[in-house]
Design a protein around this ligand. Structure first.
Ligand code: DAH
Length: 358
């Protein structure tokens, strides 16, 4: 009989313990919820004979009201106690708050992003590659002769193991072991992009590189580069110069001068080093620029036809330019940082200075 069920539920509701938030929650779900016991009884109303339904319905409504009132009163009482009794006795709520220690972006990342944004605006998309490389991508494809000093243990970190290169011919011995190495420049990614992507190619390759150097204020065994490459029909040195001019003026300001100094890299011909007005003395001469008024920010050149052949691009039809710059060097000039080691020491007094630049 529904009336009996109502009476039983009423007794249960009146007896329920509502001393804690968990009990209150359980009560609400068990009795007042959409799938609760009261809803269940309301569902059963339709089984009551029509002439009794009104009276039974009233009883049910009254019980629902009573349950809601109990719930609301207990809720209010709990809130009131929570407000007056501390959750952590003995804790001094009047103490000033401890500010959230927000991290800051690393200066190298700030500069990296800024460089990529500038190149991105003229259509250079980012390409990345592995830090552990093989000889082909780091040296051979880039036209380094076998006896080039950069291959030497002095400069390159080789990784133990390395893979055997099969000649692919039955009965033929395998070629000597090819050592793996930590890439010494991100030009490796230029090779990967040229090998794998359709022409024309317009890419920038940021990344970490390694060289076997003693760590000092001016040298590190790990640093970062942003290199770039553009390959299409009819690309000339004038295009390269324009790209470098645009980049330097965007990054350092319109009043900075740029100078190309003839140089040599195995993978470019002709090659140049890029100098800009010394940002410390504005060209007047200081010990940073060795009293020349100029500082070097990177290398560049026209991609050597031999490199294009290595990656199966026709040098008769296509030409291109490439460049490489060190992020640390540019960050040092931009923010006047005098010691390379600061970038890796994680001294908060140093890192916090870049907070406002985010
Ligand atoms: N790979 C060179 C280095 O690490 C930098 C460089 C110079 C890259 C000239 C280039 C380039 O693409 O054209 O020293």
């Amino acid at each position: 009989m529904l009336l009996d069920s109502i009476a039983a539920l009423s007794a249960e509701i009146n007896a329920a313990d509502l001393a804690t938030p968990a009990q209150l929650d359980a009560f609400r779900i068990a009795y007042l919820g959409r799938k609760g016991r009261l809803a269940d009884l309301f569902d059963q109303l339709k089984t009551v004979p029509a002439d009794e339904r009104r009276a039974v319905g009233q009883q049910l409504n009254a019980l629902k009201q009573a349950a809601q009132t109990r719930h609301d009163a207990a809720h209010a009482a709990l809130e009131a106690t929570a407000a007056t009794s501390p959750a952590h006795p003995g804790f001094d709520y009047t103490l000033p708050p401890v500010p959230h220690a927000l991290g800051t972006r690393h200066p190298l990342m700030l500069v990296r992003e800024e460089m990529l944004r500038i190149f991105g605006r003229i259509g250079f998309a980012v390409a990345e590659g592995p830090e552990i490389e093989d000889d082909w991508h780091n040296f051979t494809a880039l036209n380094f002769p076998d006896n080039h000093p950069a291959r030497d243990m002095q400069d390159t970190f080789f990784v133990e193991g390395g893979g055997m290169v099969s000649s692919g011919l039955a009965g033929q011995p395998e070629a000597p072991k090819q050592p793996y190495l930590l890439r010494t420049h991100t030009s490796t990614v230029q090779v990967r992009v040229m090998e794998n992507e359709p022409l024309p190619i317009r890419r920038v390759m940021p990344g970490r590189v390694y060289r076997n150097e003693a760590i000092s204020a001016r040298a590190h065994m790990m640093f970062h580069q942003v290199e770039g490459i553009f390959i299409d029909e009819g690309v000339s040195f004038a295009d390269l110069k324009q790209t470098v001019y645009y980049f330097v003026k965007e990054l350092f300001g319109a009043d900075i001068d740029i100078r190309f100094r003839p140089s040599f890299f195995p993978f470019t011909e002709p090659s140049a080093e890029i100098d800009i007005t010394c940002l410390i003395c504005k060209g007047a001469g200081c010990n940073i620029c060795k009293y020349s008024g100029w500082v070097e920010i990177g290398g560049c050149g026209m991609v050597d036809p031999a490199v294009l052949e290595n990656v199966k691009i026709d040098p008769e039809k296509y030409s291109g330019y490439a460049w490489g710059m060190g992020i640390e060097r540019i960050a040092m000039l931009k923010y006047q940082i005098k010691d390379l080691r600061l970038f890796t020491e994680n001294d908060m007094r140093f890192l916090r200075q870049f907070e406002s630049l985010i």
